[in-house]
Design a protein around this ligand. Sequence first.
Ligand SMILES: Nc1ncnc2c1ncn2[C@@H]1O[C@H](COP(=O)(O)OP(=O)(O)OP(=O)(O)O)[C@@H](O)[C@H]1O
Length: 310
Amino acid sequence: MTEPPQRARAEEPEPADEADRADEAGEAEESAGTGEPPAVRCTGLRYSFGATKAVDDLDLAVRAGEVFGLLGPNGAGKTTAIRAVTTLLPVPAGMIRVFGHDAAKEKMAVRRLLGYVPQALSADSGLTGRENVSLFARVFDVSRRERAARVAEALEAVALTDAADRMAATYSGGMVRRLELAQALVSAPRLLILDEPTIGLDPIARTSVWDRINEIKRATGMTVLVTTHYMDEAEQHCDRVALMHRGRIRALGTPERLKADLADVLESPTLEDVFRHHAGSGLTGSPSDNADGEDFRDVRRTRRTASRVG
Ligand SMILES: Nc1ncnc2c1ncn2[C@@H]1O[C@H](COP(=O)(O)OP(=O)(O)OP(=O)(O)O)[C@@H](O)[C@H]1O
């Protein structure tokens, strides 16, 4: 990855016209012909841990059926935002709606619509793959009559049928991640939320996880909301991305559009260049805006060493 020239940080991209802006922000989804509410709508979402504003006035609409990527460095607020969407963090009414249901007022309705793969390990190494998925089927109230078939389908969808009756402790990192996907899929969610689904995986395992996600999305029309540090994955697999920094969305749009917006100031910009432009000193003019000095490359290096499987 090449270093972006300094001038890219000092110049703002050309603003898009209002209609495009609204469309990029997801505001036009209801007039897009489906009449369906967005999969997720956050309106002025705020969440603080004591004095730390983890999410600060976030507006976002994820369209039904898209793969939406939330990108940002450590501490940007991505996990906090998606945990609020899952209802695991309480927020006041009116801030989050999932397929039209208010996350504060209709918590159970929202929970029934989504599958969540957290960043932390959620599979039990002392159970087989099938037992792990069955456990989630029970937790998510999949009827006893349907359970065995749904578990088998979920394992099949992530290509773990052959390994289903082996202990999860014998799985590779990529297989564990696919198992966690199966756990989230067993309740047939309309919205799949994935927090760093490929963290710590080698490139082949990363590809295999994304292949499964894309196939499931094609087969079911499921909406996918994903956080990732991997810009290449976001470019390749996300329909739209939001770049988040210090609790706020700094840019939002298709990867192509965000790069095109920067084309006037940088030759062949990458998504990483776009992020640097928006989250670096370019936004505030203050060099201290990225005072911790950490960028995606640092994050990627750190996370590559992360041990995912126990
Ligand atoms: N349980 C908590 N208690 C106190 N502060 C927290 C807690 N969880 C998150 N924070 C703080 O909130 C901010 C946002 O954290 P969050 O985990 O949402 O970021 P993130 O973008 O998901 O980062 P990462 O990629 O490292 O997971 C950070 O400053 C973090 O230190």
